[in-house]
Design a binder for this molecule. Structure first.
Ligand SMILES: *Cc1c(COP(=O)(O)O)cnc(C)c1O
Length: 455
């Protein structure tokens, strides 16, 4: 076919201005491979009857694909799902102070395990442990990769080869395959279930405690509620019961929080300080849920138990790197000034955004967004945001957003796919036949409008 012969070769493409620009931008090897692939596609198209593309068109095709291939997999997205701590979108956004501290730790050597006063080896977790003890009233603390690791490490240290007692109402599964029975088994402990799904009494725990008992565990029902005819043993009563029996009590708070959220009009979530004051010997919680820091897991509590945990070889396998430790330390420092926390900690700032402010934003955005999506209908709606990440599963926060609808039952799915494919992907949620964009987490109007201009 004549058309095929009219196609330029790779070398000619690479020596032209567009080809040289491609090689400058992506490297000679990648540009060569991409041009070869573009020529292959052009050959198929010409065989199928298309006209012969010129050099610029071939280079443009290669360039588009190279650009797409070099987009980072972890690229920023606009979280308009209405879930503030969205596990699949990376949970907490870090405070500026934490970002600065992490960046500095990446760029320069830091005194990670080095005591600047003596010039001797120092403790990696010492600064963060001191801060978290101050903030929670705990005697000692240690920090690991995430809360799942904190629970695993605590159980393995205290209960390997022995029994851990948990209420049947608290055998939690949270997302990502974290299940209390499985973690217990992996920690080498035997799970002893007590009570029933809806009711567990102090006498159930007492009857189960025996010579093989290593601990009594309480787990925060992070993502569900048992309602109706229910009974559970509160933290303080369970701690007292464990103390009487001479066994430690482990309290997994899941999210936990360092401050009383009701101070900002938010639903109450148990604070770590309260769990410590109730008498739990060990309390575990996450760094990137309500606390608003990087992914991390804390174990706080009695000094002798924390010392045993720190000696467990698993601790070494689960420890934190300098980047996250730096971010965590900076995040915890913000808690020393609770009055300014809502300004400085993005998680709290987003959770406390007033509904009226979000509604005003929706009213500003409805017309320009509608103009950018001519085949769809756009309306302002009231909606309910979720906190997310297993904190306060039932409570929601009044919010506002935009509901996008179109013709055909698959319109919301099509629109969701279109917005996901943007250079700055916009992630909403489908509800009642509409794609809903909850604006709680939209910092600037321009972020959404800028993203949509690329439609
Ligand atoms: C979230 C949660 C965990 C796991 O925490 P990660 O930091 O995600 O590992 C463990 N237990 C409970 C009760 C939780 O809610």
């Amino acid at each position: 076919m004549d058309g095929l012969r009219a196609l330029p070769g790779v070398d000619r493409l690479l020596s032209g201005p567009a080809g040289r620009a491609l090689a400058d931008r992506h490297g000679r090897q990648a540009a060569t491979d991409a041009l070869r692939a573009a020529l292959e596609r052009a050959r198929d198209a010409v065989r199928a009857g298309a006209s012969v593309p010129d050099a610029d068109a071939l280079c443009a095709d290669a360039g588009t694909r190279l650009d797409a291939a070099t987009l980072p997999a972890q690229r920023p997205v606009l979280n308009l799902t209405g879930t503030v701590l969205h596990t699949n979108l990376g949970r907490a956004l870090l405070a500026e102070a934490a970002i600065a501290a992490a960046t500095q730790a990446m760029r320069a050597p830091v005194a990670l395990e080095y005591d600047l006063a003596t010039g001797r080896r120092g403790e990696r977790d010492a600064a963060v442990a001191r801060l978290i003890c101050d903030l929670t009233g705990a005697e000692a603390a240690t920090v690991v990769n995430n809360n799942a690791a904190a629970v695993l490490l605590a159980l393995n240290t205290l209960a390997e080869g022995r029994e851990g007692i948990v209420s049947r109402g608290e055998l939690v599964e949270i997302g990502g395959a974290f299940r209390i029975p499985d973690i217990m088994a992996r920690a080498g402990a035997r799970l002893v279930e007590v009570g029933t799904t809806n009711r567990t009494h102090a006498r159930d725990y007492r009857a189960a405690i025996g010579p093989a008992t290593a601990l009594v565990m309480k787990v925060h029902p992070s993502n569900y509620r048992i309602e109706g005819f229910t009974a559970a043993v509160p933290g303080d009563a369970l701690a007292a019961l464990a103390r009487d029996a001479g066994v430690p009590m482990l309290h997994d708070l899941g999210s936990g929080t360092l401050v009383d959220m009701t101070r900002w009009g938010l639903p109450g979530e148990p604070t770590v300080a309260r769990a410590v004051a109730e008498g739990a010997d060990l309390v575990t919680f996450s760094g990137d849920k309500l606390l608003g820091g990087p992914q991390a897991g804390f174990v706080v509590g009695c000094a002798d138990l924390i010392a045993r945990i720190d000696r467990n070889p698993l601790k070494r396998a689960l420890r934190l790197d300098k980047i996250r430790l730096a971010a965590l330390e900076a995040t915890l420092r913000l808690y020393r000034d609770p009055d300014r926390l809502a300004e400085r900690l993005p998680t709290l700032r987003l959770l406390t955004r007033p509904r009226d402010e979000i509604a005003a934003q929706a009213a500003r955005l409805v017309a320009p967004v509608a103009a950018m999506l001519p085949v769809y209908r756009v309306a302002v709606i009231d909606c309910a945001s979720q906190i997310g990440s297993g904190a306060l599963p039932v409570e929601t926060l009044p919010s506002a957003g935009l509901a996008l609808t179109g013709d055909g039952g698959d319109a919301p799915d099509r629109l969701a796919a279109l917005l996901r494919a943007l250079p700055l992907p916009v992630i909403g949620r489908i509800r009642d036949g509409a794609l809903v964009l909850d604006l709680r987490c939209l910092a600037e109007d321009g972020d959404l409008l800028g993203a949509l201009t690329r439609l």
